[in-house]
Ligand binder design. Structure first.
Ligand code: ZN
Length: 146
């Protein structure tokens, strides 16, 4: 198995990653103005508030934008070419960058309905990825080779 670059949770982002580990997609929510914030920040961009809770997302969204990676600049990613890097607009509003998996990259399109699926990488990190809503539960994750 190839070493792969992985997120390094910080004090600010750790609640997000801990939720992912429980297979929950949670987004930082300002306790003052209720803005949903992603990526996690120290202060709310709207009002500077530094008190947050972590709102549970439905895990549903649509492909807002995407590219198909054809070149890998790290051995792990090179071994998984081609793959889709996408900005997912969650139904609740926030956008997050992720991968769309479980289908041929040529089939991905903007506006495609997707849902989150978690790839358990190790004891600390589960990566939130997205697959077409139509995909059968339990189908193998094409992007989850390791
Ligand atoms: Zn706020």
């Amino acid at each position: 198995m190839l070493d792969r670059p992985l997120p390094q949770p910080t004090d600010v982002s750790r609640p997000f990653w801990e939720a992912c580990r429980r297979h929950e997609l949670r987004v930082q929510r300002c306790q003052q103005c209720a803005a949903l914030i992603h990526y996690p920040k120290v202060h709310c961009p709207a009002d500077g508030c530094d008190r947050f809770d972590w709102a549970l997302m439905s895990g549903k969204g649509t492909v807002y934008s995407f590219i198909v990676a054809q070149r890998g600049f790290h051995p792990f990613f090179k071994a998984n070419l081609p793959y889709v890097v996408a900005v997912i607009e969650l139904d609740e509003g926030p956008r997050m960058m992720s991968n769309v998996i479980g289908l041929d990259p040529d089939q991905v399109h903007i506006g495609m309905p997707v849902e989150v699926v978690f790839e358990d990488v190790n004891e600390e990190i589960s990566l939130p990825k997205f697959r077409p809503v139509a995909a059968q539960a339990g189908a193998p994750l094409a992007g989850a080779r390791s």
